[in-house]
Each structure stands twice: as C-alpha cells, then as structure tokens.
Ligand binder design. Structure first.
Ligand SMILES: *[C@@H]1O[C@H](CO)[C@@H](O)[C@H](O)[C@H]1NC(C)=O
Ligand SMILES: *[C@@H]1O[C@H](CO)[C@@H](O)[C@H](O)[C@H]1NC(C)=O
Ligand SMILES: *[C@@H]1O[C@H](CO)[C@@H](O)[C@H](O)[C@H]1NC(C)=O
Ligand SMILES: *[C@@H]1O[C@H](CO)[C@@H](O)[C@H](O)[C@H]1NC(C)=O
Length: 424
C-alpha cells in the first residue's frame, strides 16, 4: 500500500506545478536538512567550546554524520549555517567575510566540502543593518551579498529580519529575491518576513520566498512545540492556503535528539511537521544523537507524508476537548494522512471515537487505515461509523490510508502516530 503512495504522484505534481509563487525550481517538496541555530546558537568561544562553536569544523562534522548515519539517504540534504558565522566587519571592499578564526578555510571551501558529499550548503543573513546576533546585515548591501553568496556556491539563504523597520520588510525581501535571481545560481530563499509582522500578506510572501518563518523561534521544550502547533491550528489569515510546491510555511527546526522532548513528544513533532508539509530542518548534535531519535527522523512513512508531491499543508479539522484531528490530502488524489493529537497531560489514555466526519473525510466507499510509522494495517473507517482509537497523553496517532468505517476493536496507540488513509 505504501509503495503506491510514493510512486503514483509524479503526474499530479506536473499538473499542479506552481502557478503564481516564486519560480526558481527549488523546494518542490519541503526542504530537508540540518540547521545550527536551535542547538548551537551563537557559541563563538571556540577555546572553551571547541566542538560546539559555530565553525567550519561543526558544519563539516554534521555533513559527515548526515552521510554516515543515513540522513542523506533518507532525504536530508541542506547543511545550514545560521547566525554568528561572519566577521564583525565587512572586508575592505564591503564584502561579507567569515570569521577568520572559526572558518580559516572560508565559506567557499566549506561549500566545496559539503558539495563533495552531494549535500548543499545554506547560509544566514539579515535584511536589516545587523543580524539578530549583531553581525553585519544586508541593508544597503543586498546585491553585493547575493553575489558573494552565489560566488561561494551557497544553495540556500535564510534572511532574518532584525534591525529594520516593519515598513521596510515587505519592500526589502522581494528585492533580495531579485538579486538572488540575477546571480543565476538557484538559491533556496527562506524569509523571516511574516514572523516580524502582525498581518503579513502571505500571497506576496509566496511570490518571493520558498519558505518562510511565521512564528517565534522554537525552543528546546514541549511547551514550545505545542505553541507552534496551536499557531498552525489557528491558521490566522489562512496561511496554509498558500503552501504548495515551491513554497512552504516553516514552523521552525526539528528538535528531536535534543534535551527537551520525551520519546513520544519527539514522535509528535515528527508526525505534526509531516502533516504540516513543514521543512524538516533538524537542529541537534548528530555526533551524539540516540538511535531512537534517528529512527524517528528517518521514518519512511512520516517522510513520505511530509514529502508528498501535492505539497498540501495539513489543517486542524476539528477538536474535541484536548484532542485535535488533523488531516492532509496526499497522492493519489482522494487520499489523506491524518493525525489524532492528544494534548491532555492528565496521565491516562483517552478513548477517541473517530469517524470520517470528524476528519472531514467523507467518501462513502470508506478508507483503509494503516499506521504510517509502522506501516501496520489497522482496518477501515467510514464517514459515519466510529472507529475507536485510544490515544495516550501528549500523543499523536497519525494515519494514511483510504479509510472506511468498519468498527474496529479499540486499539491503544503509542503516542505520536500518523496514519495513512487510502480510499477503498
Ligand atoms: C571529495 O571526496 C573524496 C572522497 O569521497 C575525497 O577523496 C576528496 O578529497 C574530496 N574532495 C574535496 C575537495 O573535499
Ligand atoms: C529567475 O527567475 C525566472 C523567472 O521567474 C526563472 O525562470 C528562473 O529560473 C530564475 N532563476 C534563478 C537562478 O532563480
Ligand atoms: C482558505 O483558503 C482556501 C484555499 O484558497 C479556501 O478554500 C478556504 O475557504 C479558505 N479558508 C478561510 C477560512 O478563509
Ligand atoms: C483495503 O483493505 C482491504 C481489506 O484488507 C483490501 O482488500 C483492499 O485491497 C485495501 N484497499 C486498498 C486501496 O489498499
């Protein structure tokens, strides 16, 4: 069953295409990779923290680990430098330059190293006069900086929005897009534009950016993950509707393998980021990560839902107390992935009778359900018959299969599952 999900979709991808968004050929599905910020922040004291500092060695180590530990084979591709990589001053020609102590070989050599592993290198800049960490910003230097990044072989740019005025943001971000385009090098463009504005114009953003951050930075905690999920559930301004091949909302980095989440909470983040068609940008220490976190990050079912070529962002369909029902259309047409997310912290399981109506899934032929993480077939579900599921606290049950409502015996799910629903 799962094979058919992953193979059929190509035709549909071609038909849908990007009709009106930024067209640089990139991010046809949500980008996958690694990014330094959440885990390594702005650590620059390399004498005290030689292995943790923002340095060329850190990114080389992560590129090595991405290949060695199977992440590259699972689809993770970008190695993204975040803030605090540059020297505090531009060079005598006004060009950005890497910190000479921490990046003695320079960014071009790092890009060569990463490319040699068939990976891509991303970098960080800021639209304002300074980056959030106080390094030189791109205001008044946008064309120079776009050219510098292209000359180094950069494949992705995250442009932050500190140290500028709100009024300049909707004007300035598209200008950088033009300059990136003029370099002739395809560079994935990640904008922090909506994160700095109260009522962002998402259609304008999608015309200029491949991905964009629309909420505060993720922190290493469950409460942070939940606040992001709830922001996406509200979908204020209908931002989910502009997502599609070439452009995606970015709920920020994956923190699986860090310190803040239990195993089940890690599974929830993986499941929900898959349902949301979110960029899968890990921020963790791949030199130390535990096997169970690796398995979740590389789970084929979750990744196939995330990378589904329709590129539709899943939505919160209904809620019942602390239980949320999310679904995401996937290929082949008429099929869905769904998640039943339990945000209760009461310590016991909750029995959730699920039917097609609760999930907005209404075809009377019904759907087969299987657990996307394990590929286990669970039965069928129909629009008006209840399927009893038991969801553990802080858990999500994620499925993807045509589902039809044959009543199933109650099944207790481990937390953090997604389901495939295949139309019968
Ligand atoms: C590229 O990788 C090969 C091994 O895969 C290595 O021998 C070569 O030195 C590398 N080149 C660079 C520029 O890193
Ligand atoms: C530049 O923009 C044009 C028009 O949208 C597009 O066809 C082309 O692929 C872009 N080039 C790059 C390098 O982004
Ligand atoms: C959001 O946008 C979608 C697609 O354009 C549309 O079908 C839906 O009705 C919109 N929802 C709201 C609440 O405006
Ligand atoms: C749904 O499940 C039934 C019963 O196991 C099976 O015969 C059928 O082939 C499945 N349909 C799909 C589309 O997977």
């Amino acid at each position: 069953m799962q094979g058919s999900v992953m193979i059929l979709p190509l035709v549909i991808l071609v038909i849908i295409g990007t009709i009106w968004g930024l067209d640089n050929g990139l991010a046809r599905t949500p980008p996958m990779g690694w990014m330094s910020w959440e885990r390594f922040r702005c650590i620059t004291d390399c004498d005290t923290y030689p292995k943790q500092s923002i340095s060329e060695q850190l990114y080389k180590d992560m590129a090595d680990q991405m290949v060695l530990e199977g992440f590259a084979a699972a689809g993770y591709e970008y190695v993204n430098i975040d803030d605090c990589w540059s020297a505090k001053e531009r060079d005598e020609n006004g060009r950005l330059q890497a910190d000479p102590k921490r990046f003695p070989s320079g960014i071009k050599a790092l890009a060569d190293y990463v490319h040699n592993k068939s990976l891509k290198l991303g970098i960080y800049g800021d639209f304002g006069t300074f980056t959030c960490g106080g390094y030189p910003g791109s205001k008044f230097y946008m064309q120079e900086d776009a050219e510098t990044f292209a000359s180094w072989g950069i494949d992705s740019l995250k442009l932050d929005g500190c140290y500028t005025s709100r009024g300049d943001i909707p004007v300035g971000y598209p200008i950088m897009e033009k300059f990136l385009n003029l370099t002739g090098r395809p560079i994935l463009y990640s904008c922090s534009w909506p994160a700095y504005l109260p009522n962002p114009d998402y259609e304008a953003i999608a015309k200029s950016c491949n991905i964009w951050r629309n909420y505060g930075d993720i922190q290493d905690s469950w409460s942070s993950v939940v606040s992001i999920i709830n922001f996406y559930g509200k979908d204020s301004g209908n931002f989910s509707s502009v997502a599609g091949p070439g452009q995606f909302n970015d709920p920020d980095m994956l923190i699986l393998g860090d310190f803040g989440l239990s195993y089940n909470q890690q599974q929830v983040q993986m499941a929900m980021w898959s349902i949301l068609a979110a960029p899968l940008l890990m921020s963790n220490d791949l030199r130390k990560i535990k096997r169970d976190s690796i398995a979740l990050l590389q789970n084929r079912g979750a990744i196939s839902i995330n990378q589904d070529p329709l590129g539709v962002q899943g939505r919160l369909i209904s809620t019942k107390g602390k239980i949320q029902f999310w679904s995401k259309p996937i290929t082949p047409k008429g099929n869905y992935a769904f998640a039943v997310l339990n945000l209760a912290d009461g310590g016991s399981e909750t029995l959730v009778p699920v039917n097609g109506v609760a999930l907005g899934i209404l075809d009377n032929r019904g759907y087969n359900i299987s657990d996307a993480f394990t590929n286990k077939y669970m039965g069928a579900i129909y629009p008006n018959k209840n399927l009893p599921l038991t969801v553990l606290p802080s858990g999500v049950f994620l499925d993807n299969d045509h589902w039809s409502l044959i009543a199933l015996a109650s099944q207790t799910m481990a937390t953090g599952h997604i389901f495939y629903l295949y139309l019968r």
